[in-house]
Design a protein around this ligand. Structure first.
Ligand code: ADP
Ligand code: MG
Length: 354
C-alpha cells in the first residue's frame, strides 16, 4: 500500500468502521459539520426532501441511489422494472412532504456488460414512471462503472407553503395513519431469493412465481403514493407530520418520534397486512407477518399523523388505516399486541452499511 493512499481510506491508526455508526449515525455525523448559509434553504438534511424557498411555493429536492447487488439483483430484476422503481422511490419522498413531483434527473454508471437494448429497457421503465407520475426527465449524467450498475435519480417537486408536511410536526393525541398494506415487498424479496437459490441448484427448474405475483410486484415495481397527496387535498386534510415507509414502519415511527419530540403507541391488530403476505410469511417462511410490516422495508407507503379533529375525514377511506396515536413521552415507542400486552418497538429497518 502506497503511503499517500492511507489517509484517504483511513488505513492509519485512527481508522473507525462505518458500520459502528450505521446509515443514520453517519448522516447525523455529516449533517453536524454543515450549517445553512442561505435563507432560501428552509430545510436541509434530515427529512424526506430538502425544502427550498422559491418565493411563491417551496421547491422540494430529494435523491436516491440504487447500486447493483446492494439494492437490486439483476438475476431476477427485469431492467425496465428497475427503471420504474428508481423513479418511484424518489417521487415517494416528495409525496412524503405532501408535495407533487415535477422533474427528475437520472445519472447512470454502466459497465460494458450492458447492451444498448438493456439501456433502452431501463429507460422504458423510467418513461413509464414519468407518464405514471406526470414528471419530466430533464437531464442527468452517464459514466462507466467497473462494478455493476449504479442508478441515481434526483427528483424536484413543489408544495404550497401552507401544505408542507415535515417529520417534525406530530403532536400529542394526533392519530397515526398508514396507507396501503405493509410487508409485501419484504416477502416478495424472500420469494425471489428463494427461487434464485432453486434455480442456481437446478437450472432446469423454472421459478413458479404466479401465485406470488402481488408480493413480487411490490418488490420489483413499487408505486409511490403520489395519489394520496391529491386525495388529502380533496379531503381538505393536512397531515401534521409525514414520512414514506422505505425502511419499515418501526424505523419510520422512530423518525417521526425523534423529529417531533413525541412518543408513539400503535396497535398490532390495526397494522394493515395483506392476506397473501400474512400466509406466505407465517406458513411458508415461519416469520411473524407483523415483523415483516414493522421491520421489512421498501413498502413506499405513507405514514402520517393527523389531528383528532380530522378523524371524520379519513375514517371511511378504504386505503388509509389508523394504527395508533401520538403521546407526550419522547422515546417511549410501544405496540399493544393482539393479546393486549404492551411491548417496546424495535427499529431495525434496513441498513445497507451494516
Ligand atoms: P429517505 O429514506 O427518505 O430517502 P435518507 O434516510 O436516505 O432518507 O436520508 C435522510 C436525510 O439525510 C435526507 O435529508 C437526506 O438528504 C440526507 N442525506 C443522506 N445521505 C446524505 C449524504 N451522504 N450527505 C448529505 N446528506 C445526506
Ligand atoms: Mg423517505
Amino acid at each position: 500500500m502506497k503511503r499517500w493512499l492511507q489517509p484517504i481510506i483511513g488505513m492509519s491508526e485512527n481508522r473507525s468502521e462505518i458500520s459502528q455508526l450505521g446509515e443514520f449515525g453517519l448522516i447525523d455525523r455529516i449533517s453536524k459539520k454543515f450549517s445553512i448559509q442561505n435563507p432560501g434553504s428552509i430545510k436541509g438534511i434530515g427529512d424526506d426532501a430538502a425544502v427550498l424557498d422559491n418565493g411563491e411555493e417551496y421547491t422540494l429536492v430529494s435523491t436516491d441511489l440504487l447500486a447493483e447487488n446492494v439494492h437490486f439483483d439483476l438475476a431476477y430484476t427485469p431492467i425496465h422494472h428497475l427503471g420504474f422503481k428508481a423513479v418511484s422511490v424518489n417521487v415517494s419522498d416528495i409525496a412524503a412532504m405532501n408535495g407533487k413531483p415535477e422533474q427528475i434527473v437520472v445519472s447512470l454508471a454502466l459497465s460494458n456488460r450492458f447492451s444498448i437494448e438493456a439501456v433502452d429497457s431501463l429507460y422504458e421503465g423510467i418513461r413509464a414512471a414519468c407518464d405514471h407520475y406526470g414528471v419530466d426527465l430533464v437531464g442527468g449524467d452517464t459514466t462507466s462503472s467497473r462494478s455493476g450498475l449504479i442508478i441515481s435519480i434526483t427528483v424536484i417537486g413543489k408544495v404550497k407553503k401552507d401544505k408542507i408536511a415535515y417529520r417534525s410536526g406530530a403532536k400529542p393525541n394526533d392519530i397515526i395513519c398508514v396507507t396501503g398494506d405493509l410487508g409485501a415487498a419484504f416477502m416478495g424479496l424472500h420469494i425471489l431469493e428463494r427461487e434464485k437459490e432453486v434455480f442456481l441448484t437446478d437450472p432446469d427448474m423454472q421459478p413458479s412465481l404466479d401465485k406470488y405475483e402481488y408480493l413480487v410486484g411490490r418488490q420489483l415495481k413499487p408505486v409511490g403514493r403520489t395519489d394520496i397527496v391529491f386525495e388529502l387535498e380533496e379531503l381538505g386534510l393536512k397531515p401534521t407530520s409525514m414520512i414514506d415507509i422505505s425502511d419499515g414502519l418501526a424505523s419510520e415511527l422512530f423518525h417521526i418520534g425523534k423529529n417531533s419530540n413525541v412518543g408513539v403507541r400503535i396497535y398490532e391488530d390495526k397494522i394493515p397486512v395483506d392476506e397473501l403476505t400474512y400466509n406466505t410469511a407465517a406458513l411458508e417462511f415461519k416469520i411473524d407477518p407483523v415483523t415483516c410490516a414493522l421491520n421489512g422495508g421498501e413498502d413506499y407507503e405513507l405514514l402520517f399523523t393527523i389531528s383528532q379533529e380530522d378523524f371524520e375525514k379519513v375514517k371511511n377511506h378504504a386505503d388509509i388505516h389508523m394504527i395508533g396515536y401520538v403521546h407526550d413521552k419522547p422515546n417511549d415507542h410501544t405496540m399493544v399486541t393482539k393479546q393486549g400486552n404492551v411491548v417496546a418497538l424495535q427499529a431495525q429497518g434496513w441498513d445497507h452499511l451494516k
